[in-house]
Structure formats: structure tokens, C-alpha cells
Design a protein around this ligand. Structure first.
Ligand SMILES: [Fe+2]
Length: 286
């Protein structure tokens, strides 16, 4: 069977590449530290020598719109174009073509359906910075096939935090059950407290630093009970109008299992807390 070799969960900051590659005299003061932290984080993936990346992200109204908006969707394409024009223009993110893995996508789709997650699917998915940002940070050569999974964190009503956690558990079971000798890494991105376009967008910190610190400790300790006791759609909305990206962290804790993280780092940037977690498997969820 396939082997899950690492689970990574992080924030995705679309300005990372631009912020760390512009001329040094123009860079923000935190840029060198940010780059060092990302390179350390990258090493937590590199050492596991993965063959396939299961990538969890969320379309930012680039391809999925309100006319037809699935809660959960899996890509089943042979390859995926990435980077939409506004992401190139605003963030300086280059275009990519990522290879897919149709066999693993098909297996995952069927297995997740059998676990009562009725996924939408797409054979023509184009992916956005929720998946390309972690490629840039932890696999910049973009040389591995991907199985992309999109979750709805933007257009309510959203699935519950518990549903996201249970989906993570189901994804873990599907990876463990995949009949292959491949080494799989699961990589998902979301947000801690975040405000986009609202009055709390450009504060010195994220809009709710208290939530950010609690969230980092919950994830560090693998404390899913504390998360489910303290986090719901209303509490996330109070912490910032885009804080529902935390749902993807909850999903990734489901993939890892309710375990303490093996690697935790964070960086306080103006208007957002960046956070980086890696778990190495200690259990066979199958
Ligand atoms: Fe985002």
C-alpha cells in the first residue's frame, strides 16, 4: 500500500515570492527571516522523499463561482494549469503546469465516495495560489504529480469544523488504502485569523492575535477536542472575515491524526500570522 510520509499544513501568503525576490533594498524588514523559515520548512518535506503530493486548497473565486459551488471537489486531470491573471499581476506568481496522477485521483474519488463524502470532480481543473503557494514554498521545482482537492471556505453555508476534520480522517484512510508503492505527502493550506477588504485588514498583526496563538497551540498539541469546542462558523467570523481558512488546518489535523506536530513555526507579519506545521505519521489509520 501507499505510504503517507508527511502531512504539512500552513498559511498561504501570495506575496511570499515577490517579497523575498525583489531587490534587497526594497524588501520588507521581515523578508530575510521569512525566507529562512520557509527554507527550514521545505526541508521537513524534502527529507521524506515523496513521490506524489495530495494538495488541499480552496479556489478563491477563480474557477468556481456561485452558479455551481461544490463543498468538496477532487481534480482528476492528467495535468493542471496554474496561476490566474490577477495572481500574476498582483502577486507576481508565475505560471505553472503541474502533472496530475489520474490513477490516484480516481482511487481517492471512489474511496472518499465509499466513505460517504460525495465529492464533485473536475477533469479540467485549473488551480490557484492556494495550491501554488505551497508548491513555491516547499516544492519550488514543481516536479511531482499532484492530486488536488478543493474545499469551500468562502461561500456559506460551509461544512462544519467537525466535517472538515472527518474529511481529513477519510483522506488519510484513502491514502493508506491506495494500492501502490508510492510515498505520499499531504499538503494543505489555509489561514489563521484574516481580514480581507474589511476595516481590520491592515493592522500591525492579524485581526485576532489571541485566536492565532490559541490556534497554533491547538495544532501543536493535536488537540482536536479544544478546536471543536472553541471554533465554529460564528467564532471564526468574529476573528476576521476570511478566518474560515482555518477549516483547512482542521482538515489537515484530520489527515495527520490527533497527534502533536513534529515541526511548528510561525512568523508575525503585518496584518497576518504565518504558521507552518509538519506531522510525520505515527499511526496507520486504515
Ligand atoms: Fe487565501
Amino acid at each position: 500500500m501507499a505510504q503517507l510520509v508527511a502531512t504539512l499544513a500552513s498559511t498561504h501568503h501570495p506575496f511570499y515570492l515577490k517579497a523575498t525576490t525583489m531587490p534587497p533594498e526594497q524588501q520588507m524588514p521581515q523578508a530575510p527571516e521569512w525566507k529562512r523559515k520557509i527554507e527550514s520548512y521545505r526541508e521537513t518535506l524534502e527529507r521524506t522523499k515523496p513521490d506524489i503530493l495530495v494538495m488541499i486548497g480552496s479556489d478563491h473565486f477563480h474557477q468556481i463561482f456561485l452558479d455551481n459551488c461544490p463543498q468538496f471537489l477532487i481534480g482528476k486531470a492528467p495535468r493542471y494549469d496554474a496561476t490566474f491573471y490577477n495572481e500574476e499581476r498582483e502577486f507576481g506568481i508565475p505560471k505553472y503546469v503541474l502533472e496530475g496522477d489520474e490513477d490516484m485521483s480516481s482511487f481517492m474519488h471512489k474511496n472518499l465516495m465509499d466513505q460517504d463524502f460525495d465529492f464533485a470532480f473536475s477533469n479540467e481543473l485549473k488551480i490557484d495560489h492556494s495550491i501554488i503557494c505551497p508548491i513555491i514554498t516547499v516544492r519550488p521545482d514543481a516536479d511531482l504529480p499532484v492530486v488536488p482537492i478543493y474545499t469551500n471556505i468562502f461561500a456559506p453555508p460551509l461544512p462544519s469544523p467537525r466535517r472538515f476534520y472527518n474529511l481529513g480522517r477519510a483522506i488519510r484512510k484513502a491514502i493508506d488504502a491506495y494500492p501502490s508503492d508510492k510515498r505520499i505527502a499531504a499538503i494543505g493550506t489555509g489561514h489563521l485569523s484574516l481580514e480581507l477588504g474589511g476595516p481590520r485588514q491592515f493592522m500591525e498583526t492579524g485581526p485576532d492575535p489571541e485566536f492565532d496563538h490559541k490556534a497554533i497551540e491547538w495544532l501543536r498539541n493535536g488537540d482536536i477536542d479544544a478546536i471543536l469546542d472553541n471554533v465554529d462558523h460564528e467564532s471564526m467570523a468574529k476573528s476576521g472575515n476570511a478566518t474560515h481558512g482555518f477549516l483547512n488546518f482542521i482538515l489537515m489535523l484530520g489527515v495527520a491524526g490527533p497527534e502533536a506536530a513534529d515541526y511548528v513555526d510561525n512568523l508575525d507579519l503585518f496584518h497576518t500570522m504565518e504558521a507552518y506545521f509538519t506531522w510525520y505519521p505515527k499511526e496507520d489509520a486504515a
